[in-house]
Write a protein that binds this ligand. Structure first.
Ligand SMILES: [Ca+2]
Ligand SMILES: [Ca+2]
Ligand SMILES: [Ca+2]
Length: 389
C-alpha cells in the first residue's frame, strides 16, 4: 500500500514538471536548504560532458558539482544542461531556501587561534595575567571578538594573527560580502587624502569544505587586495622574534621616548635583521609572556611600508590606506573595510570561486616602526556578514 502511494505521489509531481527524459535520474524534483547553508548537487554524468547550471537566464556554474547558497528566503528555478558529443539534454528542478531553526548571528561566533607578534600592546590588549597559557589568551580574544559588542585586540607587528569563525556560511554573492572592524581613521586630509592611522592586515578566508567545523590548512585562501600583484609585495616572508633577556641593560636612544633601542632582536628570511624598540609609553613586556620559547617565527605576505614622516622631524607620522582588501586599513564606515570573497586566490595567485566562507584569518602585513608611534600593528574589533539582517 505504501509503495503504491509513494508511486502515485511521484507520478503526480512529475506531471507538473516539464517532460525531461530521465530527469529523476539526474536531478531531484526539488531541493530544500536553509539560507546561508551550502547545497551541494553532484549529478551523475559522463566525464566529457559540458555542464551548465542556470537560474532563470543566469549561468551560475559550469562545474559538474553545484555549490548553491543564498541569503534570501525564496524558491529558485534550476536548470541543468548536459552536452555530450553534441547532444544537449536539459533538466529542471527548483531550490527552496528556508529559514533556519533558531537564529544565526551575523557576528563572529568563535575564535580558534590567536598569536600576536611582539608589540607595544602585546600582553595588554587582550590582557595577559600571570600564569596564563596560550589557551587563556585565545579565550581572551574570544571574549573580545564574539558577538555584537566586540572589543579591540591588537595583533602586534608583522605576522601576528587571529583566526575566527561564524555560525553559518557567509555567502559569496555579487559584490562585497563581509566587513572587518578595526580602529583605523583618516587624519588631516589636507596632507594626503585617505591617510591617517591605517595599519593594513592581510585577510585569509576558508570555506569549510569537509564540514568538520574547523579551518583545515588546505581550506585557506588569501584575499588578493590592491597590493597583492605589486612587485613591492613579498610573498612567503617570514620573521623571527627573539625573547629579550630580562637581565640585559636597556640601550637608551637619542629620542626621549626610546627606552631601549636594542630591545627585541629580529631577523627575516631575506637576510635582514635588527632590533625592535621599547618606548616610554608602554612599559610591559612586548614579547608574549605565555610563549616560553626563546624565539618564534611568523610568516605571510608582506607589503611595502605604508607609514611616512610628514613633518621631516619625526613628529608627524601618517599611514596611507591601501585601495581595497585589507583589515584595519580604512574607517569602519568606509567601503574599503568591506571584503569581496571573490578576491580570494590560491597559492599561485589564481582566483578561486568559493560558494562562501566559514572562517577568517587576519595578520599584520607590514614590518615597520613608525618612530614614537611604535610598530605598525593591525587591530581587529570584530567582523560581520553583510547579508544577514
Ligand atoms: Ca562576493
Ligand atoms: Ca574544515
Ligand atoms: Ca590600528
Amino acid at each position: 500500500m505504501s509503495v503504491f502511494l509513494l508511486g502515485f505521489v511521484g507520478c503526480g509531481t512529475d506531471d507538473d514538471e516539464p517532460k525531461n527524459e530521465n530527469s529523476t535520474e539526474i536531478l531531484k524534483t526539488s531541493y530544500t536548504i536553509d539560507r546561508f547553508k551550502v547545497l551541494n548537487i553532484i549529478p551523475t554524468v559522463s566525464g566529457n560532458a559540458k555542464i551548465t547550471w542556470s537560474i532563470n537566464d543566469s549561468v551560475i556554474s559550469e562545474n559538474t558539482g553545484l555549490d548553491f547558497i543564498s541569503p534570501y528566503l525564496k524558491s529558485y528555478p534550476l536548470t541543468l544542461k548536459v552536452e555530450t558529443n553534441g547532444v544537449v539534454k536539459t533538466y529542471t528542478s527548483s531550490i527552496n531556501v528556508t529559514k533556519e531553526s533558531g537564529n544565526y548571528s551575523k557576528y563572529i561566533s568563535n575564535v580558534f587561534d590567536f598569536r600576536p607578534a611582539i608589540g607595544q600592546f602585546t600582553n595588554n590588549i587582550p590582557q595577559y595575567l600571570a600564569g596564563n597559557t596560550e589557551n587563556n589568551l585565545i579565550n581572551a580574544a574570544k571574549n573580545a571578538l564574539v558577538g555584537p559588542n566586540s572589543n579591540l585586540i591588537s595583533l602586534g607587528g608583522f605576522g601576528g594573527y587571529v583566526v575566527f569563525g561564524f555560525d553559518h556560511t557567509i555567502p559569496n554573492m555579487n559584490g562585497r560580502d563581509f566587513k572587518i572592524l578595526g580602529n583605523a581613521f583618516f587624519g588631516n586630509e589636507i596632507t594626503e587624502a585617505r591617510s591617517g592611522s591605517c595599519e593594513p592586515g592581510i585577510i585569509l578566508v576558508a570555506y569549510d569544505k569537509n564540514k568538520n567545523g574547523k579551518p583545515d590548512e588546505d581550506e585557506w585562501y588569501e584575499i588578493a587586495g590592491s597590493e597583492y600583484f605589486k612587485n613591492s609585495t613579498i610573498k612567503n616572508y617570514s620573521i623571527t622574534y627573539f625573547k629579550p633577556d630580562a637581565n640585559k641593560a636597556p640601550v637608551v636612544g637619542n629620542e626621549f621616548w626610546q627606552t631601549d633601542v636594542e630591545y627585541i632582536k629580529w631577523q627575516d628570511n631575506l637576510g635582514n635583521s635588527g632590533y625592535k624598540t621599547k618606548n616610554s609609553f608602554h612599559d610591559q613586556s612586548y614579547y608574549p609572556l605565555w610563549i616560553s620559547d626563546s624565539f618564534y617565527t611568523l610568516m605571510g605576505t608582506k607589503m611595502e611600508n605604508n607609514f611616512y614622516d610628514a613633518s621631516g622631524t619625526e613628529n608627524y607620522w601618517i599611514g596611507k590606506s591601501f585601495e581595497f582588501g585589507y583589515a584595519d586599513n580604512a574607517p569602519n564606515i568606509d567601503e574599503a573595510s568591506n571584503i569581496d570573497i571573490s578576491w580570494a586566490v590560491d597559492k599561485n595567485g589564481n582566483y578561486v570561486k568559493l560558494p562562501g566562507i566559514d572562517f577568517i584569518k587576519i595578520y599584520t602585513g607590514i614590518n615597520q616602526e613608525a618612530g614614537w608611534l611604535g610598530e605598525v600593528s593591525t587591530e581587529v574589533a570584530g567582523a560581520y556578514d553583510l547579508y544577514l539582517k
